[in-house]
Design a binder for this molecule. Structure first.
Ligand SMILES: Cc1cc2nc3c(=O)[nH]c(=O)nc-3n(C[C@H](O)[C@H](O)[C@H](O)COP(=O)(O)OP(=O)(O)OC[C@H]3O[C@@H](n4cnc5c(N)ncnc54)[C@H](O)[C@@H]3O)c2cc1C
Ligand SMILES: Cc1cc2nc3c(=O)[nH]c(=O)nc-3n(C[C@H](O)[C@H](O)[C@H](O)COP(=O)(O)O)c2cc1C
Length: 681
């Protein structure tokens, strides 16, 4: 007799009461076995037994395209919810793995895509090849017509409305899967990181189980599963979720080098695809020493912007002019210490993490972060203590508090009904995760729940910086231009940006964990081509690198260089005119041919770079007609305004034809002659 023969109410009970409970029991016993040092074979046998018991479940593949781990986290979240029905067997899959064998994607009949968009409407690093495959024509090696026949799919895109190509990847996957014959089982969801991404995701998740069930089973079963889903959610509230990782306290290791670093892995990993996207950075970074650090502002009354250089000499790191450098920053010592106190954790305790269950295609969950390590290392490098808590984190953290009133309040804030309360009292006040520990001071984290604690806590993400030096003129020294983030929050709570403050505090001779990534900012191969550089504020970083490259081309290589026209903006000439002297020297040498400035607060009306560009439209149009490449770097909002200004200029010179102006700028973009590197501030 199948489970469904018991009817609806019984189904809900049986599926959630028995299957979920038995799963918990199996997992708990495996956790204990793991803690006692059980062999991998025993673990595999336990997992196989569980799989055998549940092998009539319908497979669902949950693919994620993710750059910094949000889509990956959402994929895991949604998989937990679908799995909790007991009727589906989900696999959370990195698109990087899927793209190597796209034919395998056709095997499960239900496929979900959680797709983040990166760059300028580009795929994330882990989905480049897959997107190329999916969007290619059949004759060029892409999928054949009808490739997705019989597949039920649903897509949630993660994007940000600040970017021109909003949610491009989610939309593209949705369109291609439809065109290739797939059946959309649940409407396309588009999440906006500029607003409330988590709520968008929650809305998309509503009714998802029912949609999947409608495709896989009968209508009656589908509604049974939907109510079962609600039961599962309420059963889970206030309890710790099933752990994938178990922590075991271990003595301080014999290895002196490891002990010195408190377990922090510093060997650059050649292949880090076996780890989570969100922890990949820890397997890729290298320690580099600070060679120089200096203030760039003339007046620091309103804040600091620093120039910092790292030594690449004794590292394997190489870079190209204006590539991106990621800093794996450390949380401030005072914050780590106060957090440990609130959680009753001993910072010098060593621990190791072991998987409890297998949850991905390769049969082994991917490491959260390198261990063994100390709790101090885990809280300093691997845990985002300063970041914004999400409602789902709030729900999970409720399982760690001992006071019932705290737990109830946290669960209310995490619930749909408490969304407005959460917004007013947590999000709008910009409370951090660490401040949640402070607000509900009955948290207790112990050896038994330390694994699941670190599993749930968000990872501290590396922060990217655009390299501000030329690899031709200084191949083993890499420079950054860093705006130090400092804010005063409500109730007089000072806030310091994690990475920028960390970099600001570094002195010559100290070091940081970094890695380097290629960027789309590339100078034209022909040095005679003119370039238009738009880089207000810290957006000057790659422009400084380009000017340095021009100096190198002229002075060291004796080359003739094209016009180099820079638009720079800041508040006032005597306050934050970054690299003022260097730029004036570059002008005098002829490497920089024109410098246009926009000092926003130096006169009654605000003047920004886009205004100065519009004023200089004749020069810009002449350079564009001469094949100039345009580079824009800095805040996303500025990038939008600059694009609008370019459209206006092109329209003006094309017979006041806005459509022609828009097309001209779109063509510049598609031919990679207009390149933007923007970040939301
Ligand atoms: C491709 C790329 C290139 C970049 N290049 C540069 C560059 O050359 N120079 C440069 O200075 N920057 C650059 N950035 C930005 C940089 O990566 C960082 O975002 C910036 O330095 C701030 O990081 P932080 O860790 O100091 O601040 P964070 O700690 O990340 O804080 C930044 C902001 O996040 C928000 N925030 C943080 N915590 C909370 C909370 N609890 N609740 C609500 N909101 C919160 C706040 O608005 C805060 O101001 C670049 C970004 C990208 C993506
Ligand atoms: C450098 C950068 C470029 C981005 N480009 C786009 C874009 O072109 N379009 C868009 O909709 N969102 C864009 N985003 C927003 C991300 O898609 C969004 O923040 C998402 O939640 C990231 O998910 P992830 O953590 O899984 O990578 C960009 C974000 C960054 C940091």
């Amino acid at each position: 007799m199948s489970m469904l023969d018991y009817g609806v109410p019984l189904l809900a009970l049986v599926v959630f009461g028995v299957l979920a409970l038995s799963a918990v029991k199996t997992l708990r016993s495996t956790a204990k076995a793991g803690a006692a040092g059980a062999s991998g074979d025993a673990q595999k046998a336990a997992n196989a037994a569980q799989e055998e018991k549940e092998d009539d479940r319908v497979p669902v593949a949950v693919y994620f395209g993710s750059q910094t781990g949000t889509a990956e986290g959402f994929a895991k979240d949604v998989a937990k919810i679908i799995n909790a029905t007991g009727r589906f067997k989900t696999r959370v899959l990195d698109l990087e793995v899927a793209e190597r064998t796209p034919e395998k994607m056709q095997a499960p009949k239900l496929v979900l895509f959680l797709m983040a968009t990166y760059g300028e409407g580009d795929p994330c690093d882990n989905s480049i090849d897959f997107m190329e495959f999916l969007t290619k024509n059949a004759e060029d090696g892409g999928p054949q017509d009808g490739w997705a026949d019989g597949i039920g799919f649903a897509v949630f895109g993660l994007g940000n409305t600040q970017y021109e190509q909003y949610n491009e990847m989610g939309k593209r996957v949705h369109a291609r899967m439809t065109a290739l014959g797939g059946t959309e089982v649940h409407p396309l969801g588009l999440g906006d990181d500029d607003d409330d991404l988590e709520s968008d995701f929650e809305k998309w998740r509503e009714g998802l189980v029912e949609s999947l069930a409608k495709f896989a089973f009968s209508d009656e079963d589908a509604s049974a599963l939907a109510s079962a889903g609600a039961n599962a959610a309420s059963q889970q509230a206030g309890a710790l979720p099933i752990a994938t990782w178990h922590a075991t306290y271990v003595p301080s290791p014999e290895d002196e080098a490891l002990r010195q670093r408190a377990g922090l892995l510093e060997k650059p990993g050649s292949n880090n695809s076996h780890v989570d996207i969100s922890s990949r950075q820890y397997y890729s970074c290298t320690r580099a020493t600070v060679l120089e650090t200096r203030e760039l502002r003339q007046d620091t009354g309103a804040g600091n912007t620093i120039h910092i250089e790292f030594d690449l000499e004794n590292t394997s790191l190489k870079y190209e002019t204006a590539d991106n450098l990621t800093v794996c920053a450390a949380n401030a010592t005072a914050l780590v210490e106060s957090t440990a106190k609130l959680l009753s954790l001993d910072l010098d305790q060593w621990f190791t993490l072991q998987p409890v269950i297998a949850d991905d295609d390769s049969g082994a969950p991917k490491p959260l972060f390198p261990s063994p390590c100390t709790i101090r290392t885990a809280l300093t490098y691997f845990t985002d203590l300063n970041g914004a808590p999400t409602r789902s984190l709030m729900q999970h953290l409720a399982g760690f508090v001992s006071l019932a009133e705290h737990r109830e309040r946290m669960l209310h804030l995490a619930s749909r009904d408490g969304a407005a309360d959460f917004h007013a009292n947590i999000a709008a006040r910009k409370l951090s995760v660490a401040e949640i520990f402070e607000t509900f001071p009955s948290f207790k984290v112990e050896e038994d729940n330390l694994g699941v604690f670190f599993e749930l806590m968000p990872r501290l993400k590396g922060r990217e910086f655009t390299i501000a030096s030329s690899s031709s003129s200084q191949p083993s020294r890499v420079a950054l231009t860093v705006g130090v983030v400092r804010e005063m929050r409500s109730e007089n709570r000072p806030f310091e940006g994690v990475a920028s403050t960390f970099l600001h505090r570094l002195s010559v001779g100290s070091s940081a964990l970094i890695f380097i990534k290629e960027s789309t900012f590339k100078m034209p191969e022909d040095p005679k081509k003119p370039i238009i550089l738009v880089g207000p504020g810290t957006g000057i970083a790659p422009m400084r690198a380009f000017v340095q490259e021009r100096i190198h081309q002229r002075q060291t290589r004796g080359l003739e260089t094209g016009e180099t026209v820079l638009f720079f903006g800041c508040r006032r000439e005597d306050e934050d005119f970054l690299y003022k002297d260097e730029l004036k020297d570059a002008l005098a040498s002829g490497a920089l041919t024109t410098l246009h400035t926009a000092f926003s607060r130096q006169q009654a009306e605000k003047v920004y770079v886009q205004h100065v560009m519009e004023r200089e439209h004749e020069e810009i149009w002449r350079l564009l007609e001469d094949g100039a490449h345009v580079y824009v770097c800095g805040a996303t909002s500025m990038g939008k305004d600059v694009t609008t200004a370019l459209v206006k200029i092109a329209a003006q010179h094309l017979g006041n034809d806005t459509a022609a102006g828009t097309k001209f700028v779109a063509d510049l973009q598609s031919s990679h002659k207009l390149i933007q590197e923007l970040w939301s501030s």
